[in-house]
Write a protein that binds this ligand. Structure first.
Ligand SMILES: C[S@@+](CC[C@H](N)C(=O)[O-])C[C@H]1O[C@@H](n2cnc3c(N)ncnc32)[C@H](O)[C@@H]1O
Ligand SMILES: [Mg+2]
Length: 232
């Protein structure tokens, strides 16, 4: 069997998208308006958006926390999955991204079930303590802060909460112990935390899609109560 080339994996991604995901004008518009506003094209691929949608539905999640909104492409996928009575709280550092996200959420007809919190996630997340626990947490912001976000995912979740950590492959660089990239080091630390912190049980999959060679980690919050501070 031939090794995958960028052409072949993009062809397969297009085939899988056409076959299983389809082309939704609202989601296509969200990506388009994001591009028009000059935001970077760093949203999840359609096959991954559908994966998030399915994970929310499979787990029966009603309350979703997203860290890293951009133009709300992934947010729309998850907001659709929680249904009319569900809630998505999404945290975004950049005001101008939040403006684009708000428009996209309104156009998608899900703005009533999505709350955008603007600010750096490390500052915003403590303000969510005391709310009902989140059933699913999607982490997709500055990779340098992955361990901080995983800690908050466990604290703001409950045993059984699903945690999805995006972009764990980083073009293969994640397996380079000598990497000097702060983003890759943040990714490696996040994965190490998922292994050694008893609050999580996790695995990860490499992905090859239109976004290139990357991957996603999926974890379950366990019923193990750990003093996270003692792990560092
Ligand atoms: C990869 S994009 C999110 C993509 C989005 N989840 C999607 O798939 O459609 C990462 C986002 O995280 C935001 N971000 C970066 N650092 C952040 C921080 N410290 N707190 C909150 N958001 C942050 C960026 O502004 C950017 O919009
Ligand atoms: Mg991502």
């Amino acid at each position: 069997m031939a090794d995958p080339t960028p052409e072949s994996w993009r062809r397969v991604d297009a085939y899988l998208t056409d076959t299983l995901v389809g082309h939704d004008p609202v989601l296509d518009d969200a990506v388009h308006s994001q591009q028009e506003a000059g935001l970077p094209a760093i949203e999840v691929a359609p096959v991954s958006g559908k994966l998030l949608n399915l994970l929310v539905r499979i787990s029966g999640a009603q309350r979703v926390l997203e860290i890293g909104t951009l133009g709300a492409y992934s947010t729309i996928w998850m907001a659709r999955a929680v249904g009319a009575d569900g809630r998505v709280v999404t945290v975004e550092a950049e005001e101008r991204n939040a403006v684009v996200a708000r428009t996209n959420l309104e156009r998608a007809g899900v703005s009533d079930r999505v709350e955008i919190r603007i600010g750096r996630a490390a500052d915003v997340l403590p303000s969510l303590v005391g709310a009902e626990p989140f059933d699913l947490v999607f982490i997709d912001a500055d990779k340098e802060s992955n361990t901080i976000y995983l800690d908050w995912a466990a604290r703001l979740g409950r045993p059984g909460t699903v945690v999805v950590l995006d972009n764990i492959g980083r073009g293969g660089e994640v397996a380079n112990p000598a990497t000097t990239s702060a983003q890759v080091i943040g990714t490696q630390r996040g994965l190490e935390m998922l292994r050694r912190d008893a609050r999580f049980d996790a695995t990860a999959l490499q992905t090859l899609d239109r976004k290139g060679w990357d991957g996603v980690a999926i974890a379950l919050v366990t019923d193990h109560v750990t003093d996270a501070a003692s792990l560092d």
